[in-house]
Each structure stands twice: as C-alpha cells, then as structure tokens.
Design a binder for this molecule. Structure first.
Ligand SMILES: Cc1cc2nc3c(=O)[nH]c(=O)nc-3n(C[C@H](O)[C@H](O)[C@H](O)COP(=O)(O)O)c2cc1C
Length: 431
C-alpha cells in the first residue's frame, strides 16, 4: 500500500507526525516497540528502512505496526511518484533515527546522500533526533565522536546511548535506550520544536539579514514585562472561550529581552511552550487573572503586551457541566473583560514604555493608530492576522509610534522579537 495520507489508526485524530528511520543495527528490533508506544500516544508514524536494517527486522513487521507502506527504495518509481523523497522529508513534525548506526551518523555528518534514508536527512527542514546504538569500541572511536560533535553543532538532537552489556559479549556505552526513554525524548524535542520558528538544519538568510546582534543593545538593569498567549474564559468546568494565539511571538520577545540582559517577567496564558532561558514565568488562565498578576509585577520599566486577551467572558459561569436536555441551549451571555493595556496606561505605576499588540483582519494601520490613541499606549505593533500568522512561524508587522508608522518586512517571529528589542534599547539610549 502506498498512500499520501499519514495513516490514522481507528479514525482518531493524530496530533504529531513522526518519520522513523531504522538503520542496520542489532537493536533495530526495539523500533517495533517504539512504534507501538508512539501510536499509543496518538502519533502518526511512517517508517523508512535502510537496506541493512532489513537484515534485522522485516518491512512487513514495521508496516503492520505503522499501518502504512514502509519506504526504503529511492529509485522505486511508484513510491517516488506517489509521495517522493522530498515530501517524505518535509511533512513530518520530527524525524527520528532509531537505532542510528555509526555508518548513518558518519554519512549525515559528511552530508552524504546515497540512499533514501540519508537523502531524506539531507533534504529535511524538520528537527531530527538520532538515537545512536553500536558496539562500545565503535562508539568511542575518534571518528564516531567527531561525527557526533559535528551533528550536534549542526543542530541534530542526539540521545546518548546507554551503558551495559552488549550483544557482542562486551560491556560499555553504546546500547540503544529503551523505547520508553526514546519516547520521552521525542516528546521533549517536539515541545522544544514548537517554540523555535527556525529550521534547525538550514542556514537561514532571512534570519541573518533581519535579526540584529542583541549584544550591542543592552537592556541590563531594566525590568521587562511581557504577556503572551491566549486567555481561556470558562463557560462551565469543561468548556471555555478561547482564540488561536500560539504564544510564539510573545515567548520570542521574552527570550530576546533576556538575551539583551533584561530582568524579564513573562505572564503566559494557556500554551504548551517551554520557558525561555533567563525568564521568570507566571502562568494564568483568564483575562482577569492576567490583569491581577500583571499588576503585582509593577513597577516595570517596559511592558510589552503581546497576549491575545479575550475581549469577553461568559457572564454566568456554570458551576456544573451544562447538560444537553433536548431543548435549545440557553443563549450564552457575554460580558466585557478588563482592558489590560488601557489599565496600565492609566496606572499610578505606568511602565516607562508601554507597548501593545494589535491583531487585525482589516484596515490594520487605521485600527492600530486608533488603538494607540484610545488606549494611551506609547507604541503599537500591528499585524494582519487574516492569514495563518496565529501559530505560524513568520510575522509581518508595522510599528506605530508618535513619530509615525514603520513597515517591517516579513520575518521569523524570532527576528521580529530581536528587532523590537533593538528598537526599545535604542529608544532608551535616546538613539
Ligand atoms: C550482526 C550485526 C550487528 C550489527 N550491529 C550494529 C550496531 O548495533 N550498530 C552499528 O552501528 N552497526 C552495526 N552493524 C554494522 C552495520 O550493519 C553496517 O555498518 C551497515 O553498513 C549499516 O548500514 P546502514 O547505516 O545503512 O543501516 C552490525 C552488523 C552486523 C552483521
């Protein structure tokens, strides 16, 4: 069976897609259990085998467990026409090599692409996790260690092998970690990947051109408050009103401010993003909680309010789950949430520089300029969210200040964050 859709098992919604590359080591049998664990977590798995791997486990076993065709032949016309090695390399959320032989690691480090697995690995723009497994002497060989170092420098995630008895009657480092440990690492890397909007394996010219060097733009000694993510407004204990904000832009700004030396407090709505290095994070759920926490952080020097705070909440939050009782549901009455930006603008401890974000779907600049005046913000960062900006990797924004409007080109969210921090540092320095 060759198909273009990732095969869902029993019609459930698959959240993450894993491309599993199995290379030819004695531990290849563990890949079968790994597939089982991934499927139990509702992840979709597609498998690629090297020729050597087929000496250790059969494509039939992997195919039965993945419920999909197992790929392996780059020059199979049918496979290439129906899915293609480039598509295989791009449509996964994560590529996992388990086990990864000394041979495949060496090829990756050298940029060699002489079979389907290594060609996929060279063509991908997705995160890659390699799980090396080999004889202890192969692992400690200078060539392997050199290759591992190079792969780490290139941004490949490496799960260190375990120590123990080997199949070859030796003892030492080189065992493939157990499938449950590999699964835990996969989950960790997936969460990490959600917060970085850069392709780890590509030299990104957009980023190089647009992202300034923050070491020149010092925010040391300044306290920066950032809000990020959506808010959830409960209707009853199981339902809530929400929006599509991913939190990525706010988290990137908090990370950039910390890199520039600021003390950073990040007040985050419900998002599954790891806390950036050097940032103090406080998680909240609702708009009212966000405002209350924001007020406890004052005074701050700079406030950057990126969170997509729900404008309204349910007027009557039910204590128990609202039941279907065969009648039309009662209308959902809404009431307005507090306006955090306007509240800070009027506050006795107003931040020295107050920046709001305006997500608009039409007349972006007019609405942003009006919002700046109406709410008393110093700057507004406006963006058009009618496309796939929310949750996406890039953003095209306009900076609205008292001096006028700056149109910034489309950039990664990290680059937008770095440029905003640069502008703030310049403003504080009177540049
Ligand atoms: C019985 C046997 C077990 C092997 N186990 C491993 C292993 O665990 N790790 C490894 O790096 N190579 C191992 N090899 C060597 C690889 O199979 C060999 O380097 C092969 O070229 C790997 O090809 P691949 O990387 O394309 O899968 C083993 C070979 C044999 C015959």
């Amino acid at each position: 069976m060759v198909c273009n859709e990732w095969s869902p098992s029993s019609g459930r919604t698959m959240t993450q897609r894993i491309l599993l590359i199995v290379s030819g080591g004695i531990a290849a049998y563990k890949s079968l259990e790994l597939v089982r664990l991934l499927k139990a977590k509702d992840m979709a798995v597609r498998a690629v085998m090297t020729e050597s791997a087929k000496e250790f486990v059969t494509p039939m076993s992997l195919g039965v467990l993945t419920e999909d065709h197992v790929y392996g032949d780059m020059f199979d016309l049918k496979e290439e026409r129906e899915i293609g090695h480039i598509q295989l390399s791009r449509e996964a959320d994560l590529i996992v090599i388990a086990p990864a032989t000394a041979n495949i690691l060496a090829k990756m480090a050298g940029g060699i692409a002489d079979d389907l697995a290594t060609t996929i690995l060279l063509a991908t723009d997705k995160p890659v996790l390699a799980c090396p497994a080999m004889n202890v002497r192969m692992w400690h060989h200078k060539a392997t260690q050199r290759n591992i170092l190079k792969l780490k420098e290139d941004g490949i995630h490496i799960l260190e092998p375990g120590v123990g008895a080997m199949a070859c009657n030796e003892w030492g480092k080189g065992r493939l970690p157990e499938p449950a440990e590999i699964l835990a690492e996969i989950e960790r890397v997936l969460v990490e990947a959600q917060t970085t909007d850069e392709h780890p394996l590509l030299t990104d010219t957009t980023r190089t051109i647009n992202a300034p060097d923050l070491s020149e733009h010092n925010l040391f000694g300044h306290h920066v408050l950032v809000t990020a993510g959506p808010t959830h407004e409960p209707i009853d204990p199981v339902r809530y009103i929400a929006n599509r904000s991913s939190g990525k832009q706010g988290f990137a700004i908090a990370a950039a401010a910390a890199r520039a030396g600021a003390k950073v407090t990040l007040v985050a709505g419900p998002v599954m993003l790891p806390t950036p290095a050097g940032v103090t994070r406080i998680d909240v759920e609702t708009a009212r909680e966000m405002l209350a926490v924001v007020e406890t952080t004052l005074p701050v020097d700079i406030a950057i309010l990126v969170a997509a705070v729900a404008d309204w909440r349910a007027a009557d939050e039910a204590v128990q789950k609202i039941k279907k009782d065969g009648h039309a549901p009662a209308p959902l009455r809404l009431e307005e949430n507090p306006d955090i930006l306007a509240t800070l603008a009027r506050h006795g401890q107003r931040p020295g520089l107050l920046i709001g974000f305006a997500a608009e779907t039409e007349a972006v600049l007019d609405h942003a300029a009006a919002k700046r005046a109406r709410k008393g913000a110093d700057w507004i960062v406006a963006n058009d969210v009618s496309g796939d900006v929310m949750g996406g990797a890039t953003n095209e924004v306009h900076l609205v200040t008292a001096a006028g409007i700056e149109d910034w080109p489309e950039m990664t969210k990290s680059a937008v964050a770095a440029r905003l921090i640069e502008r703030i540092a310049d403003a504080l320095a009177g540049r």
